[in-house]
Design a protein around this ligand. Sequence first.
Ligand code: MIC
Ligand code: SF4
Length: 646
Amino acid sequence: MGLSVTYKILRSHLVDGELIPMKEIGIRIDQTLTQDATGTMAYLQFEAMNIHRVKTEISVSYIDHNTLQMGYENADDHKYLQTMNSNYGIYYSKAGNGICHQVHLERFGRPGATLLGSDSHTPTGGGIGMIAIGAGGIDVAVAMGGGLFYLTCPKVINVRLSGRLRPWVSAKDVILKVLEILTTKGNVGFVVEYTGSGIAALSVPERATITNMGAELGVTTSVFPSDDITKKFLDAQGRGDVYREILPDLDAVYDRIIDIDLNEIVPMAACPHSPDNIKKIKDIKGMKIDQAAIGSCTNSSFRDLMAVAKILKGKKVHQSVSLIVAPGSKQVFEMIGSNGALSDIISSGARIMESACGFCIGSGQAPVTDGISLRTNNRNFEGRSGTESGQIYLVSPETAALSALKGELVDPLDYDPAIYPDIEIPNRFTIDDSLIIPPSSSKVKIFRGPNIGEPPYTDPLLNELDGIIGIKVKDKITTDHIMPAGIRLIYRSNIPEYSKYVFENVDPAFSSRSLRNKDNGIYTAIAAGESYGQGSSREHAAICPMYLGVRVVMAKSFERIHSGNLINFGILPLQFLNGEDYDKIESGDRFKISNIIESVKNGGNPKVEVGGAVYEMKLTASDRQRQILLSGGLLNFTRENMFKNG
Ligand code: MIC
Ligand code: SF4
């Protein structure tokens, strides 16, 4: 039976379990990445594991999320990270070097390797044939220590691409098409693997745009084969030596096949407020826009910014539009600087931002009240831009740039195909790794400013829970709803302070109410609809609720990374066996769960009593995850079972 690219890589990294879809497997992780918004917690937990040095092939710590530094907090985080990383064998990519996923693809990624990152868009690495997976910071900490990463052995969806994109249609439109087909719900446990004759015309940055935004599907990861196109990219990065061909077998077996003819794709937009609210631009064009923002780990490559520069060259941004451009890495920035493209962008009236996440994480450039903003990033959740009433449309760089000139949403297909800026990958990228600081062999003093707290310790699992349903939320609650980023990012290393903002924009009193209840011995449960915990990998969306006394989340379904994070921090993810039960439970209801330890131990499902009625719910945890719950979280479990001797 032939193997897919996914199964070839998984097979070569399999250490525990069998490659049987939907069974749990443990794989060896070759590379890890963290970023500064999740990294501090990950490294504090790594330190608490008592390991002396990372055991991976390479581990990199990127500074890209919290670069505004409006106060001392994030600067303190960065200095902690730099000194800590130096001691433990971790490469440190300084602020200014670029967004983790873009830089990792350029400088470290390797076909056939496994990469685990404390960021949900780690699957960007699938653009060069890696199995690159996003996870919670503590999972990454365990992998850095040489521990396995456990996941559900995936089913594989094969997206077969044929044909070729028309001028003005972009890789972004391809992934928006896939999101239209698969939506953001119901894809947990799948990998998307792209094959077909159409991939030959997609460069690595285009492939990476597609795998990056696969995160919005909720799949484990997305991957392209590693082929001549991959080789060309790696050669141009001066890293041709890491290339190896990885193609699916001709008779590779897939669980589902989706055929897409690239010729038929047209420019699309993900409309407010979900990445799967897809419309064809031709059906919504003409609307006035206030802002266009080009950048983020989805669309900030040399290819993307060259296309933008060519569109803007000799033209002026419309007077009612603010155009923002943020190159994805120092490499991209430097190259468009030295070839003159940057001056075309500046001359058009664009505002140039540093190479960082910036607007994508709501760190600056919030749109005007009710403002319409076209953005090239991957998430348009309500309020994520920093403006609650902001209307964010996710589009390609080409659509954003053309629309910024016109002052309204335009359909690129209305423009002459002959003037389409077709960008070739250069034969040689500019290589300067001076902002990547290698670890040192001698010890430095680890800096711990006042913003650096303790690693999060989890309370032991209780046998009886008597509590209150603290909040009832609807379907598709994202981790941005649970734990807002933007102006609250300064508290990422300070759990008591950050916890004040749990569900800030959903129910601002949730935090103080839950903490008061906890002080009175009353625990909190969250009741939720489908796809609870969509979006980011931030484990703070589990740690902070835990700090407030949340011990249970009852939901119709959970997203992969978040449900793992809940277990890692001792919170029970319980799935309604009967969806209608969700309707019967209200916020403020009292709940009771008894004999928890025994049910967790014996593979059972705890019975939940709410307002006198008993509800059947399924504990969505593997045997190993049940052990983690019994140990009181992954940190305790790891210390008890692994790494005892450093
Ligand atoms: C995001 O895009 O939501 C983030 C910010 O990169 C997160 C990580 C975080 O919250 O720090 C992610 O995607 O995992
Ligand atoms: Fe940064 Fe946005 Fe990418 Fe998250 S999605 S890593 S915030 S650029």
